[in-house]
Design a protein. Structure first.
Length: 159
């Protein structure tokens, strides 16, 4: 190899210039990373009331016999349709801490379904959804029945 008219002969034992430098700070970190040790990462996670309300509302909608979450109104429906209001979380009030939540749900039921059975199923679904998705224990799930929907008047009914 020629370098400025001088020949440099390299053997397998010689190190390149870059290999001669040792980083005292990062070398220890790299060795620690390569050892396969486990690390604990800290931090804080905050879940907003709207997210918790959305989880609860979506879980409640899975229960057969639920017509609607919250109060229905033409204005609210129009604003939801055109993007002015959040449909998923309406009808749910949330108070929560780091581990527990208290929820107030307003629901409308379909005529002919057992309200006590619906309430039990809603509490189960909402409690499981909160625990699974947010890691929160539902301390209370208060349910307010705000109306009854009649199947023949429900949108999307095919006759």
């Amino acid at each position: 190899m020629s370098n400025s008219g001088k020949e440099i002969i390299t053997t397998g034992e010689e190190k390149s210039i870059e290999d001669r430098f040792q980083d005292t700070e990062m070398a220890a970190k790299i060795a620690e990373l390569e050892s396969g040790a486990e690390y604990t990462i800290g931090g804080e996670t905050n879940i907003s009331d709207e997210v918790i309300g959305s989880i609860a509302a979506l879980a409640a909608r899975e229960v057969e016999g639920i017509a609607n979450i919250g109060l229905s109104s033409v204005t609210r429906t129009l604003s939801e349709t055109f993007g002015g209001a959040e449909k998923k979380a309406r009808g749910v009030k949330v108070e929560h801490g780091k581990k527990e939540a208290i929820l107030d749900l307003s629901i409308q039921v379909v005529y002919g379904f057992s309200i006590p059975q619906i309430v039990v199923e809603v509490r189960k679904k909402v409690g499981a959804g909160l625990l699974e998705m947010a890691g929160l224990i539902a301390k209370e799930i208060n349910i307010n029945i705000t109306g009854i929907a009649f199947p023949e008047k429900m949108p999307g009914k095919i006759e």
